[in-house]
Design a protein. Structure first.
Length: 290
């Protein structure tokens, strides 16, 4: 049994049909049938019951399906690890998807221009995934917001991003630089995934002030959030570094300041390797001017 056999088996389970599995994998149906039969005959098990030309997965098949998914995930992680360990990339940088893309490009472009012998590979993912990549050795430096989950690594704060209420230039609050809590009462809001420190702070603030809002949209995509705000009367919250758009108005909240601190996170023993110390210092110096 090979990794390819498991990939074929998984596709058959998902489609419940060998012809459809073959089509999705762009292989022949006999190849699919052979892979399933090979597993069944090699280990003397039955993965599917065939009734009236339909496939019904057996208990053994269900157990194998769980194992196969885990095996393929580990195999893919292994490939990523080997690719990321290539000597062609001296620094493997993981960046939280909340970090400014403008700042990221400035960092990478400026450093590679200054250090022609250094190449940087960048992984952009959720904060949780970036921490996983750091702990597993796929990356050797992370840029993430907040201190949670980084206690076992070395971490240095380097940038503080202020959070604002944002609205469209056509909203009824467009001319108010600072908003009072009552200005937000019963307003429609769009927010990204709520597992974020700054969003929790904002919602707690509203709860303490007894200000109800209509949480109308919850999105995973930052661009969708901005498009909804720009084209409606819906409000949101956004970091000052995350966008530069003439159609978006930023508002402070009276008597409250919500800020998001970004950290450079790395393993202590990696700090002296692969120009990492120099790169960390470069970022810290660059952000002193912001």
């Amino acid at each position: 049994m090979t990794i390819r056999d498991l990939e074929i088996f998984i596709e058959v389970v998902k489609t419940k049909n060998m012809s459809n599995a073959a089509k999705n994998l762009e292989i022949s149906q006999p190849t699919v049938s052979h892979a399933i039969s090979l597993i069944e005959n090699e280990y003397n098990v039955r993965l599917f019951d065939r009734v009236s030309k339909k496939l019904y997965i057996t208990d053994v098949g269900l157990r194998l399906y769980d194992f196969a998914l885990n095996i393929l995930e580990q195999f893919e992680n292994t490939l990523i690890f080997l690719q990321s360990s290539s000597t062609a990339h001296n620094i493997k940088l993981g960046v939280s998807s909340n970090f400014s893309s403008k700042f990221l490009l400035e960092i990478v472009d400026a450093y590679e221009k200054d250090k022609e012998d250094v190449s940087i590979r960048v992984f952009v993912d959720s904060r949780e995934k970036i921490i996983e990549k750091l702990n597993s050795g796929i990356i050797n430096l992370a840029i993430i917001e907040g201190e949670a989950g980084i206690e076992n690594n070395s971490a240095e704060p380097f940038y503080e991003d202020e959070i604002f209420i944002i609205s469209s230039k056509n909203s009824e609050i467009k001319d108010k630089e600072t908003l009072e809590p009552e200005d937000l009462k019963n307003k429609k809001f769009v927010l990204e995934d709520l597992d974020d420190y700054s969003k929790k702070m904002f919602l707690n603030y509203l709860r303490e002030k007894n200000i109800p809002i209509d949480l109308k949209f919850i999105c995973q995509n930052k661009d969708m959030v901005l498009n909804i705000v720009k084209n409606s009367d819906v409000l949101s919250i956004g970091a000052s570094s995350s966008f530069s758009d003439d159609d978006i108005i930023k508002h402070k909240i009276s008597n409250v300041s919500i800020k998001r601190t970004y950290y450079l996170v790395y393993h202590g023993d990696a700090f002296l390797k692969n120009n990492l110390k120099d790169f960390v210092n470069f970022i810290k110096i660059k952000f002193r001017m912001k």
